[in-house]
Design a protein around this ligand. Sequence first.
Ligand code: HEM
Ligand SMILES: *[C@@H]1O[C@H](CO)[C@@H](O)[C@H](O)[C@H]1NC(C)=O
Ligand SMILES: *[C@@H]1O[C@H](CO)[C@@H](O)[C@H](O)[C@H]1NC(C)=O
Ligand SMILES: *[C@@H]1O[C@H](CO)[C@@H](O)[C@H](O)[C@H]1NC(C)=O
Ligand SMILES: *[C@@H]1O[C@H](CO)[C@@H](O)[C@H](O)[C@H]1NC(C)=O
Ligand SMILES: *[C@@H]1O[C@H](CO)[C@@H](O)[C@H](O)[C@H]1NC(C)=O
Length: 328
Amino acid sequence: MRSQLVLTCLVFLCLVLGGVTGGAAKVPRKNFYKSTRCPNAEQLIRDITWSKAKNDATLGAKLLRVHYHDCFVRGCDASILLDKVGTVDSEKEARPNLSLAGFEVIDDIKKQVEAKCPGIVSCADILALSARDAVSFPFKTSMWEVDTGRKDGNISLASDVNGNLPSPFSDFATLKQIFSNKGLNVDDLVALSGAHTIGVSHCGAFSRRLFNFTGKGDMDPSLNATYAESLKKLCPNPANPNTTVEMDPLSSTSFDSNYFNILINQNKGLFQSDAALLNDKDSVIVIKKLQKDKTFFVEFAKSMQKMGAIQLLTGNAGEIRKNCRVKN
Ligand code: HEM
Ligand SMILES: *[C@@H]1O[C@H](CO)[C@@H](O)[C@H](O)[C@H]1NC(C)=O
Ligand SMILES: *[C@@H]1O[C@H](CO)[C@@H](O)[C@H](O)[C@H]1NC(C)=O
Ligand SMILES: *[C@@H]1O[C@H](CO)[C@@H](O)[C@H](O)[C@H]1NC(C)=O
Ligand SMILES: *[C@@H]1O[C@H](CO)[C@@H](O)[C@H](O)[C@H]1NC(C)=O
Ligand SMILES: *[C@@H]1O[C@H](CO)[C@@H](O)[C@H](O)[C@H]1NC(C)=O
């Protein structure tokens, strides 16, 4: 009788603990902040981000790229936001950071959120949410769901970046491998590359394709020759290091499937890594599917949720930074 009671108690305990660690407490999850002392955090972040996006059509591209760089290096833990301490370079000092921007916007959102409810909302969540909200502003609705409950990391090393972020010169096998290392498949690789429908690039990321592709003063034959000529005018050799060009020409502030249309119909992928998506038959099948806005939005949303869940710090790991640029 007594042993039965003990057993019943044990089973009950397991169910309760199971419910806490599994099920409802799973992180990241929808509306994590609803049940915290900052229930309106996500609404607040959206309002601030939208008011900023109204005056800056390029904000979505900036924040989306910072979020991507964050997630691919040490997971989505806001390590990309940390400033360097002492003499060791942090992630944002690494070479592929070139031109990452929007850090002061994150600082401002964080300051406003801390003023309302200090110590609750992580910088990693603020980055994920504001990137979504800035891209979504023109649509006046959220273009993908952002699960929340991330914690902030306390380590950021430029030396971590190498090997974790693909370069614009990567071939298909390299892209596939790096994404696979993050738990992302070819569907995700193609859908997420569609982020290049917005934003700009500096000349250095593609100028080799225009002038000296194999070291013989030649052009990359996989790049549209007419397009290459117009790029040469914008980016003469040597180019002004400050010049930027739209990655999706004439449509670089419009989040749509045009990236896939010009990639497959006109050979206008700007980087070798964009063009490389045409070199694999599974990838080409995905590109063709994503030429429709509606399909692109659905698939991009799915892949963003996967990307936003890479290697998260949750529970007791990590912290809620007071200032996104420095660990507590
Ligand atoms: C597939 C591998 C990828 C490579 C090799 C790559 C490379 C690059 C490069 C070289 C630039 C231009 C940087 C500059 O010169 O200013 C760029 C811009 C950008 N990338 Fe990617 N990227 C990749 C994937 C992604 C993903 C997965 C996302 C987001 C989901 C993303 C979002 C962006 C955005 C939004 C910009 C424009 C930034 C701005 O206008 O400020 N990229 N990317
Ligand atoms: C990117 O890295 C360079 C050094 O490689 C550094 O001078 C620059 O400030 C960094 N950019 C940002 C936004 O931190
Ligand atoms: C082209 O590349 C070759 C080999 O890397 C190099 O020797 C040459 O100086 C380059 N030419 C120009 C014009 O940049
Ligand atoms: C590039 O921009 C920097 C900072 O604004 C400026 O100091 C520099 O002179 C510019 N370089 C060129 C070649 O225009
Ligand atoms: C190159 O782009 C032009 C439009 O700018 C287009 O008419 C042409 O078909 C493209 N060529 C190739 C080979 O894709
Ligand atoms: C950094 O974070 C790790 C994991 O959360 C923790 O164990 C460690 O004590 C922290 N270190 C510092 C210096 O804050």
